[in-house]
Design a protein around this ligand. Structure first.
Ligand code: URA
Length: 235
C-alpha cells in the first residue's frame, strides 16, 4: 500500500502539495471515483487518473541528453551549470544522476536516470558495453597506433587499459577517429591518445551500447528514451 500523493509525485510532474490541491479540486480519480484525500493508501493495482487521463506509473526514468560544452556532469554545483539543470521540468524527479561522466568540454550522449542498478550495469567494464566517441585529433593516426589500442594501452601514470577499437573516419585537413571503450577511467580517451603522443582537440560521445545519440536533439536538449532504445543500450 502506498499513499496517493507519493505515487503521483514520484512521476515527477507534480509536487506533493500540488497533488493535494488537485485532489481537493476533484481532478484526481481512483478506480473511477473521485479521490477522497491525498494521503489515502492504495494497492499497486489501483487505476489513478488526473483530469480523466490515466497515470502510467514508471518505476524509473531514462533520459538521453545531448550535452553541450561548458556543462558539468554533476548533480549540482553552486557556480557551474550541470547536466541536471538541462532536464526539462516534466522529466525531473528525485534521485536523477548522470550514468557516467563526460568532461566539461566533451559533448554528446549523456544518459540520465534514477536507476542505480541499471547505471552500474551499463558502466561496469565487466559487461563490455561499449561507449563510442568521435575524437578530433591533432595528428594523423597510423596503423601502428591503432594496433596499440587493440593490444591495450598503458597510460602515462601506469594505468593499464583494456582493448579499445579505433578506426579513422576522417583524415587530412581534420583528423577524426572513432574510438570504442567499455571502461570509464578519468579522462580516459584523452589520456589514451596522449599516451601515443597525440592530442584530442574535440571529443563527442555518439553512442552507448548500440544506442546512437539522436542527432535531432539540439545541444542542451533531452528526451526520454523508448523501450526499444532501452534494449539497445544493453547490447
Ligand atoms: N574520455 C575523456 O577523456 N573524456 C570524456 O569526457 C570521456 C571519455
Amino acid at each position: 500500500m502506498e499513499r496517493l500523493d507519493k505515487i503521483i509525485s514520484s512521476q515527477g510532474q507534480y509536487s506533493r502539495s500540488e497533488v493535494k490541491k488537485l485532489v481537493k479540486s476533484g481532478r484526481v480519480t481512483v478506480d473511477g471515483e473521485a479521490a477522497k484525500s491525498a494521503d489515502m493508501k492504495l494497492e499497486a493495482s489501483a487505476a489513478i487518473a488526473i483530469d480523466g487521463k490515466e497515470l502510467i506509473c514508471k518505476k524509473h526514468i531514462y533520459i538521453m541528453l545531448n550535452k553541450p560544452k561548458g556543462v558539468i556532469s554533476a548533480t549540482e554545483d553552486r557556480t557551474q551549470k550541470t547536466v541536471l539543470d538541462l532536464v526539462p521540468p516534466e522529466l525531473r524527479r528525485r534521485g536523477l544522476f548522470p550514468a557516467g561522466r563526460l568532461d566539461g568540454d566533451t559533448t554528446g550522449f549523456v544518459l540520465i536516470t534514477d536507476d542505480g542498478d541499471f547505471a552500474h550495469k551499463i558502466l561496469s567494464p565487466k559487461n563490455h558495453i561499449m561507449k563510442t566517441y568521435h575524437a578530433t585529433l591533432r595528428d594523423e593516426l597510423t596503423d601502428a597506433d591503432i594496433e596499440k589500442f587493440k593490444e591495450g594501452l598503458t597510460l602515462g601514470d601506469g594505468t593499464e587499459c583494456m582493448e579499445a577499437h579505433v578506426r579513422v573516419i576522417e583524415s587530412g585537413e581534420r583528423n577524426v577517429a572513432e574510438i570504442k571503450i567499455c571502461e570509464g577511467k578519468y579522462h580516459q580517451v584523452k589520456r589514451m591518445f596522449a599516451s601515443i603522443g597525440n592530442k584530442v582537440l574535440e571529443l563527442r560521445r555518439v553512442k552507448m551500447g548500440e544506442l546512437e545519440l539522436d542527432e535531432s536533439l539540439a545541444e542542451g536538449e533531452s528526451r526520454e528514451i523508448t523501450e526499444d532504445e532501452f534494449e539497445r543500450l544493453l547490447r
